[in-house]
Structure formats: structure tokens, C-alpha cells
Design a protein around this ligand. Structure first.
Ligand code: CA
Length: 229
């Protein structure tokens, strides 16, 4: 039986959702407070989350973000304001669906079923769910080869992506420019270690708030670079 967590502070809405979902054979748990909701979402096993956006304690944005850092389970976001839905879509937090209040409970059940079966197909197909590295506002989707800073996608060339991913996968390890060049560029590549410097500079321009004080890729003078965590 699929287990669903509803995080919703309007008790009547939460109860209505729960009733309809239970009638369709789902097991449903409710949390009315965002902070407790987030804690349970991360600590317990659920098959789908329904998150209200405006919540006491931790809000739905943050819960969605935190769940996505850890799990690929479907997330449906609910909001009373269409503007907020547009905003969360824009942030690319990784929710699977968005519903505006008021909604019809049977529509919600239909969407829950659709997302659960899509997710089960995905898992059953043996297709790897996206392999994601997430460190402070930086998100690297290795499967889709995409990079996001605070939810905003940045365009990376192949080598920039490979270099950033390699460093992020080996945090706190200092690599010399020679090591990085031989790891990321193949032997026949034309270029030298200056290529590494140029690429690091370009990556920093895309991911750092202040390239003079990089918070991700640190220069170790006279040695090379390391990815800070
Ligand atoms: Ca609310």
C-alpha cells in the first residue's frame, strides 16, 4: 500500500485530502506544521508527498528543497495563490506537480495515482533515477548534465561540466593542475595546464557570487585547486 504524507496547516483541507486518498486505498499521514512535516519526510519512508506552500515553521519551498536533496519520491505542491505556483516552477525545486486551491479532491487523487505509477514505472524500468550532487545552493544533475545555482540553470560546456563534477565528487581533495588536466582532457588534447586555469575561471564566473572570494572551488596557491565543503 502506498503511503502518503500530507503537510498542510488547514486541518479541514488536510482531512478532506486524507479521506479521499484513503477511499482510494492509500495510507495517509498528516502533519500540520512545516518543521515536523520536514522531519518526518526525511526520517520516514513515504511514497509521495503533498506539501502546502505556506506553513507554520518550515515552508513548503524549503521542505521541497530538502526532500529533493535526499529523495526522488514524487512531490505535489499545493498553494492558494497561482502566482506562488509560477514562482516555485521558476525556482526549479524539483516538485513533480502543482495544484492551486481550491481543487477537487478527485482531481488530486487522479494526480497522485498518475505520479505514483509514473514513479513505479521509472523504478521498475531499472532506469537510474537522476544522480545528483547538491552542495549549498549548487546542484549538479549528473544524469541530465545540468548545473543549477540556487535553482537557476547555468550553461556549461562539456569540459567545464566534467571539471566541476570531478572536483565536487572529490571534495576537500587538492588536485594539481597537471592532475586535473590529465583526468579531464584526454592525452591527445591540445592544450596544457593553462587550459585548467581558464576553465576554473569560467566555472567560477557561473557559480560564484564573488569570484574574488570563491566559496566552492578554492585555489591552493602553488599547488592547485580543491572543492570546499
Ligand atoms: Ca497553508
Amino acid at each position: 500500500m502506498s503511503k502518503i504524507l500530507i503537510v498542510e496547516d488547514e486541518i479541514s483541507i488536510a482531512e478532506l485530502e486524507k479521506d479521499y486518498l484513503e477511499l482510494s486505498g492509500f495510507e495517509v499521514e498528516i502533519e500540520n506544521d512545516g518543521t515536523t512535516g520536514l522531519k518526518r519526510a526525511l526520517e520516514e519512508d513515504f511514497d509521495l508527498y503533498i506539501l502546502d506552500l505556506m506553513l507554520p515553521g518550515t515552508d513548503g519551498f524549503e521542505i521541497c528543497r530538502k526532500i529533493r536533496e535526499n529523495k526522488n519520491i514524487p512531490i505535489i505542491m499545493v498553494s492558494a495563490k497561482k502566482d506562488d505556483i509560477d514562482k516555485i516552477r521558476g525556482l526549479g525545486l524539483g516538485a513533480d506537480d502543482y495544484i492551486t486551491k481550491p481543487f477537487s479532491p478527485s482531481e488530486m487523487v487522479a494526480r497522485v495515482k498518475a505520479h505514483l505509477s509514473r514513479y513505479e514505472r521509472l523504478i521498475g524500468s531499472g532506469m537510474p533515477v537522476n544522480d545528483i550532487i547538491e552542495i549549498r545552493g549548487l546542484k549538479i544533475d549528473k544524469t541530465a548534465r545540468r548545473v543549477y545555482i540556487n535553482g537557476e540553470e547555468k550553461n556549461f560546456t562539456t569540459k567545464e561540466f566534467d571539471l566541476l563534477t570531478f572536483l565536487a565528487q572529490n571534495p576537500n581533495h587538492v588536485f594539481t593542475k597537471e592532475e586535473l588536466f590529465s583526468r579531464i582532457w584526454d592525452m591527445e588534447s591540445i592544450g596544457d595546464i593553462a587550459t585548467v586555469t581558464v576553465h576554473i575561471k569560467k566555472i567560477r564566473e557561473k557559480i560564484e557570487m564573488n569570484t574574488a572570494k570563491p566559496q566552492y572551488i578554492e585555489t591552493i596557491w602553488g599547488v592547485g585547486y580543491r572543492f570546499k565543503v
